[in-house]
Design a protein around this ligand. Structure first.
Ligand SMILES: CC(C)(COP(=O)(O)OP(=O)(O)OC[C@H]1O[C@@H](n2cnc3c(N)ncnc32)[C@H](O)[C@@H]1OP(=O)(O)O)[C@@H](O)C(=O)NCCC(=O)NCCS
Length: 309
């Protein structure tokens, strides 16, 4: 039994399909859709030096990695490697080979600190620690049963607040960029985000193939987008929130709840059966909002860090 590592063959649809399937088996709380995997690879900023790797055992894909540099962080030299091996194919050396290939690439691109999300299970944590990583922040995956659960009722809008969708901003998405940038920089994380490149945001975020502009809700105050909840879907039964945020000046007025509730109601009406999201375990306001909707924690990941050099 020989395990080898190579780059994903983006031009081969079956390879991308298998990549999505292999990742789904390891991490079913995330929407793994081939189109999105190709988009991420082809639209990542060149400074991210982004790569998707696969581990194969005798021709069978058993593990995957997505690796790159956090080019939009104010602190340079931060790299990430997110590695998942099929749960029924562990202990064959795939994880070890993927870590080595990832670390070699990231170090060659100038990374000095590496971050890796690790599902919170003793075997995974021991694996990360053996490779020189130490535990840092953690985050929950949450799931809401849209098909059988109940949603909070839609309320009358407060005075001065309008509810729109992202589709209303197609002619000029810049106000959405500004709101996304302001709120993303406040999201608790150990890798700071500061995106200032509008063209890169248009390519990576606004044109993301899973972003559903009609299900993405925007609360507008005095003509200005004040809060939003961005919806990804697999165009079938699964819906995921990619970001919820409220501009600093408008927090604590119920606008995040309002925007997300509108999006969830429309998603349910459109036939989506389950909703997913992910939150840092210290993000108390966002967790409180999600529990209010009825989301339940379905898994936890720990961010592991390794200093290189
Ligand atoms: C999280 C965030 C979206 C909340 O926006 P908001 O418009 O202030 O939220 P709302 O007013 O709709 O709801 C706030 C709810 O959070 C809860 N809350 C607020 N502060 C809290 C705290 N410190 N601890 C616990 N719960 C808190 C309350 O339940 C409150 O609801 P209530 O007022 O009805 O009781 C906003 O703080 C934000 O943009 N943060 C930065 C981006 C981010 O972290 N987004 C989430 C990414 S996963």
């Amino acid at each position: 039994m020989t395990v080898t590592v190579r780059d994903l063959h983006l031009e081969v649809p079956d390879d991308v399909e298998l990549f999505a399937h292999t990742r789904h088996l390891a991490l079913p709380y995330v929407l793994w859709v081939p189109e999105a995997i190709v988009h991420r690879q082809t639209h990542s900023h060149p400074d991210a030096h982004y790569r998707s790797l696969v581990a194969e055992e005798d021709g069978e894909m058993i593990g995957t990695a997505q690796i790159g540099l956090a080019y939009d962080s104010p602190e340079p030299g931060q790299g990430y490697l997110n590695i998942y091996v099929r749960p029924d194919r562990t202990h064959r050396g795939a994880g070890d080979l993927l870590v080595r290939a990832a670390e070699e690439h990231l170090a060659a691109q100038g990374a000095t600190r590496l971050f890796s999300w690790v599902l919170d299970e003793p075997g995974n944590r021991a694996f990360a620690e053996r490779h020189g990583y130490r535990a840092s922040r953690s985050a929950h995956f949450l799931r809401l049963d849209l098909a059988n659960g109940t949603l909070p009722p839609l309320k009358e809008l407060p005075p001065g607040v309008e509810l729109r969708t992202a589709a209303d901003f197609v002619d000029d998405p810049r106000p959405m960029f500004e709101l996304d940038a302001e709120t993303a920089s406040d999201e608790p994380s150990d890798v700071g985000t500061e995106f200032t490149d509008y063209e890169a945001w248009l390519e990576e975020t606004w044109k993301h193939p899973l972003l559903d502009l009609d299900l993405t809700s925007v609360a507008v105050v005095d003509g200005r987008p004040a809060a939003f909840s961005a919806a990804y879907t697999d165009r079938n039964t699964r819906y995921a929130t990619s970001m919820t945020g409220t501009a600093r000046a408008f927090r604590g007025r119920g606008l995040a709840k309002l925007a997300k509730n509108a999006s969830l109601h429309r998603a349910r009406a459109a036939g989506y059966k389950e909703a997913f999201t992910g939150n840092d375990t210290d993000n108390e306001p966002m967790l409180a909002i999600n529990f209010w909707f009825g989301y339940q924690i379905c898994a936890t990941e720990v961010r592991y860090v390794r200093e290189l050099g």
